[in-house]
Each structure stands twice: as C-alpha cells, then as structure tokens.
Write a protein of this length. Structure first.
Lengths: 150, 85
C-alpha cells in the first residue's frame, strides 16, 4: 500500500530496497526521511507526540500521492508516517519515489512533502523539561506548498 | 440539522472535548456559521474560536473553507493548522 500511518517504527532502508527490487525500469529513487530533533527553537525536546485524524489523514495522503502521480512521470510513491510518541533520532516520515529519471523523482518527492506539511492532518506536541507544548505551523511551510500551484 | 463535531490537538485540549453530536438550528448552514454558533457558547469556546485564532476545519474528512456548506449527518472537525512531516 502506498500510504501507511502507523505507531510502529519502520525500516526506511528495507522500504526503499523493496521499491528498488520490485521492477527493473527504475533509473532513479528519491527519498525524504524526516526525523525527530532533540532541539527546537532553543529548547530541549525529550519526546515528540504526533496526533492525527484517523481516516482523513490517510485519505489526504492518498490524494497528495495521486496529485503527484498526475503531475510527474513516476512509478511508485510510498509514504509512511508515524503517530504516537517518538524519541529524538526516530524517523517520523518517509517519502520515496521511483522513476526512470531523477528530475521527476526529485520533484515529486519534494511536492509530496510540501503538501503533506500543509494538508495532511497531523499535529505535533513536544515534551520538554519545562512541560508540553504544541508545535506551531510555520509560514515557511505555506510558502513551500504555494510554489506548487499549477 | 444533526452534526458530529470533532476537535483535535490544542483545540481539543482547550475545549476539554474531543467529539460531540449536536442538533444545530437551520440558520447554521456553513462552516463559518457553525464556528460562530459554537463561539457564542462563551468561555473557552469564545477564546478558542475567536476570529483571530488560527482554526482550520474539515467537512466529511475533507479540508473545508468558511463557506463550505454543511449537510444533515455531516462529520465536521475543527483543528489548528497542521504540523506533520
């Protein structure tokens, strides 16, 4: 399945290898892995908890993947996004795109991440030494997503 | 009109509520109408749903706009701007 939202950890190396091995017409694989940082705006982050909207989140991700498939000539697009409580260094999200050529794979991968950031219903909460705080949306993410308007 | 309303993330915590099933008056026809109607409950609702607060909404699990119409039995959700990835 091209879209997975899960509490369990994932092995991004194995996921990418599985995409690579699946067909012989792939010339390019672009991937993005987002991970948990232990520092955010000068504050130590002990753990990060991700909340989502079950059902809508999966649908939103499938629509984003569909849009990328329509815009670029790519073969497979895989999106895995974790929810629940994560530790620094943990992978949060994997987007991997296979294509014949790198240009299409790079563009589709970046597009999926930019739209995911602004359109998929996930919310991050940080646990810090001073207590918990919800992460605020960044204007830079809206600007990044706006670049892809047709 | 009967609606199921969900609240997520900081909004859920501020309101102390994750879902409710409501019968709303006929004058509540859009997402903006519903937000105003809930805002009029006062207290935490007034603060959380104030026009200056960044609140997003979905109807039937699709991102909605203030003028998105509501339909009988719809699932509506309110939440802060998303921060995944």
């Amino acid at each position: 399945m091209p879209v997975r939202v899960q509490t369990q950890a994932f092995d991004f190396g194995a996921e990418i290898e599985s995409l690579r091995a699946a067909r012989s017409d792939i010339g390019a694989i672009a991937s993005f892995i987002g991970t948990v940082r232990d520092l955010h705006e000068g504050t130590q982050v002990k753990t990060l908890t991700l909340e989502h909207y079950p059902g809508m989140t999966e649908t939103a991700l499938e629509e984003i993947v569909g849009e990328a498939q329509a815009r670029w000539q790519v073969y497979e697009i895989l999106v895995i996004h974790r929810v629940g409580t994560l530790q620094p260094r943990d992978p949060i999200v994997l987007v991997a795109v296979t294509s014949a050529h790198r240009g299409e794979a790079f563009a589709a991968c970046e597009f999926v991440m930019d739209w995911l950031k602004t359109r998929a219903p996930f919310w991050k909460k940080e646990q810090t030494p001073a207590g918990e705080r919800w992460v605020e949306a960044r204007a830079a993410d809206d600007e990044a997503a706006a670049r892809w308007r047709p | 009109m009967k609606l199921t309303i969900l609240y997520f993330a900081s909004l859920r915590e501020t309101l102390g509520l994750d879902r409710e099933v409501l019968e709303v008056p006929a004058s509540v026809m859009t997402v903006a109408d519903l937000r105003s109607w809930l805002h009029a409950r006062g207290g935490v609702w007034e603060k959380a749903l104030a026009s200056r607060s960044a609140v997003r909404a979905s109807v039937m699990q699709k991102m909605a706009h203030p003028d998105t119409p509501l339909t009988e039995g719809a699932e509506v959700a309110f939440f802060p701007p998303v921060t995944g990835g």
